[in-house]
Design a protein around this ligand. Structure first.
Ligand code: UDP
Ligand code: GLC
Length: 381
């Protein structure tokens, strides 16, 4: 079976990293069609995964767009829909990995009569999308998708609540290659030294810089933590959130935390950097659809504290495999940081338990196999 994957993003967000891992296991029988050039395309090429940039024109649909804007945008999509419809004739399934890919893939599937699979990486709620965009996504998914793969129960539930057909959805978590997350003690020590982290209790935050990812909550929490606690912010403003980056710098300056917060920008050595941290914090202020960074921290064997909303609550059991704190609550977060700082043995035990469980529950091979089986079913319907 041959698959035409579609993804709108030139950047490497979590949905794209999930797609790269899936397409890598199917590279002898897939093509990844992108709606933008950039780091995503370069990574696919580097890994030998067949990929094509199908358009370099910015697609005009935004997360907040209204009805008129939405309809106007549809007209501009026609050339891309035709390209995708033609390409899809050489494949058996169209696999849309993002919302705009669903719009284009849905219309193309109608023309080429190829079944459409939609991988839902988002929580379709008012926290994340305008009412119009939710309606469009649900209408397209209900009408065109033979299968919706939701990245968590939270994403599935929001889909159904927004009007999505329950019998179309299957929950499949992101998978991870455990080998990628094995970092030697020597490598960790060297990195800590290089980054000048000796003697510090380092709380790492790994995410694009964006208001709902809540880096400001961690900075606020830092004001309640003793001095050896420092923060590493790993990630960049992938989707143009430059005002937020400015705001973070201002907040740090106002709180006098310049010596206790470091920005490392977007990095490709996340496992190594995580291993150089003492604790990983996830601080999303809106429900996280899945939260790859939570599982990655577990696989590296580092303790993790996550914001208790959305998919994140499905990923760890508080007190057994990590900690959960209410979203946007810097004081509670500071209390967990303080606890981990003061109880290294108990904290290491929890990280170890999490490591075992994450290896079993989120194994890339098993999860890719499950998706392959689901795709087979779609093709044989
Ligand atoms: N990530 C990365 N480099 C960075 C920051 C983040 O490669 O500098 C990766 C991170 O390891 C994770 C992904 O980006 O795999 C983010 O996925 P997540 O599901 O946590 O959040 P998203 O950004 O997709 O909402
Ligand atoms: C999206 C979500 C994130 C999820 C990722 C992979 O980017 O925001 O929560 O982990 O997709 O499914």
């Amino acid at each position: 079976m041959s698959i035409l994957f579609l993804d709108q993003s030139g950047e490497l967000g979590g949905a794209e990293l999930c797609l790269v891992d899936l397409a890598n296991s199917l590279k002898d029988r897939c093509l990844v069609g992108l709606f933008a050039d950039g780091a995503h395309y370069r990574l696919l090429q580097q890994m030998g995964i067949p990929a094509q940039v199908l358009t370099t024109k910015a697609l005009p649909v935004s997360k907040e767009s209204g009805v008129l804007q939405g309809l106007g945008s549809l007209r501009q999509l026609i050339p891309l829909v035709v390209t995708v419809a033609n390409l899809s004739r050489q494949h058996q399934v169209i696999y849309a990995n993002t919302q705009k890919a669903l719009v284009v893939g849905g219309l193309a599937s109608m023309i080429s009569q190829r079944p459409l699979v939609f991988h839902l990486h988002d929580i379709l709620s008012a926290d994340h999308f305008s009412a119009t965009n939710r309606r469009i996504a649900i209408m397209l998914a209900n009408h065109f998708a033979a299968l919706v793969i939701a990245n968590s129960e939270a994403s599935r539930d929001a889909f159904i609540q927004a009007g999505g057909k329950p019998d179309r959805v299957q929950v499949v978590y992101n998978g991870f290659d455990p080998q990628r997350y094995q970092v030697s003690t020597l490598e960790t020590q060297q990195l800590r030294q290089q980054l000048g982290l000796s003697g510090q209790f380092v709380v790492g935050h790994f995410s694009r810089l964006s208001p709902w990812k809540g880096q400001h909550i961690l900075i606020e929490a830092l004001t309640h933590c003793p001095n050896p606690v420092t923060v590493l912010l790993v990630g960049s403003a992938l989707f143009g959130e430059n005002a937020y980056v400015k705001q973070l710098h201002q907040q740090i300056a106002q709180l006098g935390l310049m010596n206790r917060v470091r920005f490392l920008g977007f990095r490709t050595d996340v496992p190594q950097l995580m291993s150089a941290c003492d604790l990983i914090a996830h601080t999303s202020t809106a429900p996280e659809p899945f939260g790859r960074v939570i599982i990655e921290a577990m696989l590296v064997g580092r303790p993790v504290v996550a914001a208790a909303a959305g998919g994140a609550v499905e990923l760890l059991v508080p007190g057994e495999t990590g900690w959960l704190t209410p979203p946007a609550d810097p004081q509670e977060l500071a209390a967990v940081i303080q606890y981990c700082f003061e109880h290294p043995d108990r904290t290491a035990k929890i990280a170890q338990q999490a490591h075992h469980i994450a290896r079993e529950r989120f194994d890339l091979k098993a999860i890719n196999h499950r998706i392959d089986q689901l795709l087979e079913q779609v093709v044989t319907i």
